[in-house]
Ligand binder design. Structure first.
Ligand code: SF4
Length: 339
């Protein structure tokens, strides 16, 4: 089966920019970007990232705002902040040389088992199997794994099988092959099993149960949050603020925020103590927006609050300057459609 997947890969592999390199820095950048991101979208971010930060040193000299701005639109912004921290760590403690071995890589911030296995196998052929969503799908079908792939029993079973399938040499090629195989051949919906080179090995195909594999336990219910964003303006200028570090969108910029336990009325908003420091001309509800994150459903209302004065204790900017700041997707959309 291993050889058949490698043969399939030799014919079908995608021409992706990071595949032209075995530099651990570039493989690391591509792997972090591709977590939770479609290849097509990830490719343009990868090119932008490598052009801006061609090596670990240039990345280490960056700052939170610059890297978050570059990452804007990709989501999971912790990834970017962790990369910056890791780059500084490598420059300070590893003489600027990116590690290649699994046991060193796994110690880096933001590098988990999957990323460490990908970098070490691709760069040095270290015998470590990568197990991403594609690999879970292929192996749970071929070996008819009935344990949920989001349970530890299911994960461990698949990891054990994945490591057994690694070839004695070229583990890096095989790892890339099985991930491509999962994303292009053994697709989530309607895989073309008739032309699949491993259909003789695939128990789910033989038993006609591919649609029941992989098994997943039900998703966690999303938490609902109610965010009231305030566009507090005077004379074409308005207030922005930087987010803290204990919540989503760490260190990004946003409009002043009042979070409530449920949707609030205009009168309740006007009575909030945050607005007491302003002399208000008018308050208008401007836009409702729903934004889904992996574990949260954000119910957002944008309020336009025109005021007589903008207190200099705040960070005040004009609309044309918002593009200089890293902002979360809903704020970006708000400004895109704002008149
Ligand atoms: S036979 Fe179908 S389900 Fe089985 S590995 Fe091939 S594509 Fe996937």
């Amino acid at each position: 089966m291993t050889n058949k997947i490698i043969q399939w890969y030799n014919i079908n592999k995608r021409d992706l920019p990071w595949r032209k390199s075995k530099e651990p820095y570039k493989i690391w950048v591509s792997e972090i970007i591709l977590q939770q991101t479609q290849i097509k979208k990830g490719e343009s971010y990868y090119i932008k990232f490598i052009t801006t930060f061609p090596n670990i040193k240039t990345l280490s000299e960056s700052n939170d705002t610059e890297i978050l701005k570059l990452w804007q639109g990709l989501g999971y912004y912790n990834r970017a902040l962790n990369m910056l921290e890791t780059a500084r760590n490598i420059v300070q403690n590893y003489k600027g040389i990116f590690p290649k071995k699994y046991n060193d890589l796994i110690k880096l911030k933001g590098v988990g088992e999957y990323t460490a296995a990908a970098i070490s196998s691709i760069c040095t052929n270290e015998s470590k199997a990568v197990v991403d969503g594609n690999v879970y799908r292929v192996l749970s079908r071929v070996f008819n794994i009935s344990e949920p792939i989001n349970s530890s029993a299911g994960k461990n079973k698949i990891k054990t099988i994945a490591n057994k399938l690694l070839p004695p040499i070229n583990s890096g090629t095989y790892n890339q092959a099985i991930m491509d195989f999962g994303s292009m051949q053994c697709t989530k919906h309607n895989p073309n099993c008739k032309i699949c080179p491993i259909n003789n090995n695939c128990i789910a195909y033989i038993d006609n149960i591919i649609n029941t594999r992989p098994v997943k336990t039900r998703k966690i219910k999303k938490k609902h949050r109610y965010l009231n964003y305030l566009f507090i303006s005077n004379n074409n200028q308005f207030i922005i603020q930087q987010r803290g570090t204990n919540d989503i969108w760490k260190k990004m910029y946003e409009l002043p925020l009042i979070e409530s336990n449920s949707a609030i009325t205009i009168d309740k908003l006007k009575a909030d103590k945050y607005l007491k420091k302003f002399i208000i001309n008018e308050v208008k509800k401007e836009r409702n927006m729903k934004h889904l994150l992996s574990h949260q459903c954000l119910n957002i209302v944008f309020w336009h609050i025109s005021v007589k004065n903008l207190n200099s204790n705040h960070k005040i900017i004009s609309k044309k300057d918002i593009s200089k700041y890293p902002i979360p997707k809903p704020i970006e959309r708000y400004f895109e459609i704002k008149d």
